[in-house]
Design a protein around this ligand. Structure first.
Ligand SMILES: [Zn+2]
Length: 406
């Protein structure tokens, strides 16, 4: 086999400081543009240089390592991110970066190709310290002006530009300084579907559409002991009915997702009927039309319930991102290679955001998922079986090799 798994796991252990640590003691806090991030970046650059890759750093600190890259050629790009959330696991992001490096090393050492190919490490995918998340790929694909991005600050009033300077990763290359031929990202699923369905590989059809709503219901406060039940304007009663309406849609796990994630009640006292309740809705669907349809039905339901209970209300849209579709041709190659390697697979939509969804705006893009045990992610208990990691890496190698033939 072309892939050197020992080298891959050694590097993963190295950037995550896992040496001699038991699984229970894993505690990774590689927040974007901190010293820990810098140390990991420096290590990977040394590995890239040992492979004679040409290193480019752009003006948001994204790192690129190229093999046989010349001006006006379009390389196939592989990659992900190495920043993490607090108390993170080992594989979120790192798998796609160290995995890309391993695939490239194997391709070079096996003399597979002379065509240009590159690795990308995108800055601040997690968005823990600086918002928004997916910042590096967002900037690289020119979704926002760089000078506007530079003004973004963390909680300590440090700008992203100063943070980049401090760790010496404010690079010279401009946004979109080259155009990839295609982009491929290997990542853990971060959800339970592959684990439940007992599949080795997830072939990602795209990222689902997302809408965030804030709903406020206005009622009237009054005494809990004296106000007749039939004569109340109680927003909590309406909230309860909205909640049960929403939860009646939760049966189909793969399609409509709705979450009430935050709730505020006023005055929030045991013996007072509430006068105001505020809650948020996170609505996701892989199909943009279905999401809008659901949102319209929900608005209608809220209106009806409020009218029936003499409640005033307000619905604000906080966020709305349309769905992203990944490249069908790349996915066909991934399916064919999975079949050939006898890996079980499933086509699915990503519930979480990824750098790949930004890259999909500029070139054919897709992702390969490996299972997350029990669907746990963004936690130190996040785990993927070694055998599944190996399959994901081997598949990435074989798919890249095939795509290089085109
Ligand atoms: Zn990630």
């Amino acid at each position: 086999m072309a892939i050197n798994f020992k080298r891959f796991f050694k590097r993963l252990e190295d950037i995550n400081n896992l040496k001699n640590k038991s699984f229970e003691k894993i505690n990774i806090n590689r927040i974007a543009l901190t010293l820990d991030d810098k140390i990991a970046r420096d290590k990977i650059i040394i590995w890239m240089k040992n492979l004679n890759l040409s290193i480019k750093i752009d003006n948001i600190g994204n790192i690129f390592g190229f093999y046989n890259f010349k001006k006006n050629t379009k390389p196939i790009l592989l990659g992900s991110h190495i920043d993490t959330v607090r108390n993170a696991g080992r594989f979120d992001g790192s798998l796609g970066v160290i995995g890309a490096l391993e695939v490239l090393e194997a391709l070079i050492k096996k003399n597979v190709t002379n065509k240009p190919i590159g690795i990308a490490i995108f800055t601040n995918e997690e968005g823990v310290r600086f918002t928004p998340d997916m910042m590096g790929s967002w900037s690289f694909t020119k979704r926002e002006n760089i000078n506007k991005i530079y003004k973004i600050k963390d909680n300590n009033n440090i700008t992203i530009k100063d943070a980049l300077k401090k760790i010496k990763y404010l690079g010279k290359e401009k946004q979109l300084f080259f155009k990839p031929r295609m982009f491929l990202e290997l990542h853990i699923e971060q959800g339970p579907i592959l684990d439940i369905e007992k599949k080795n590989i997830g072939i990602v059809k795209g990222v689902q559409a997302i809408t965030w709503l804030k709903v406020v219901l206005f009622g009237k406060s009054n005494h809990a002991g004296t106000t007749p039940m039939s004569n109340r304007r109680d927003p909590i009663k309406v909230f309860g009915e909205v909640s049960s309406y929403i939860n009646s849609f939760k049966s189909d796990r793969k399609q409509q997702m709705i979450t009430i994630g935050s709730l505020n009640i006023e005055p929030n006292q045991v013996n007072v009927i509430a006068n105001k309740i505020e809650f948020t809705l996170d609505i996701r669907n892989p199909n943009d039309k279905k999401l809008v349809q659901f949102e319209n039905n929900l608005n209608k339901k809220i209106k009806e319930l409020c009218f029936a209970n003499n409640i005033k209300y307000k619905v604000d849209k906080l966020v709305n991102f349309p769905s992203v579709k990944f490249d069908k041709k790349i996915n066909k190659v991934i399916i064919n290679k999975s079949k050939k390697l006898k890996y079980t697979y499933l086509e699915l939509f990503s519930g979480a955001g990824h750098d790949a969804q930004m890259l999909a705006n500029i070139c054919p893009t897709s992702m390969i998922f490996v299972p997350s045990e029990k669907g746990i992610s963004h936690d130190s208990k996040e785990n993927t079986k070694k055998s599944d990691i190996k399959k994901g890496l081997n598949l990435l190698y074989n798919v890249t090799k095939e795509l290089l033939k085109e």
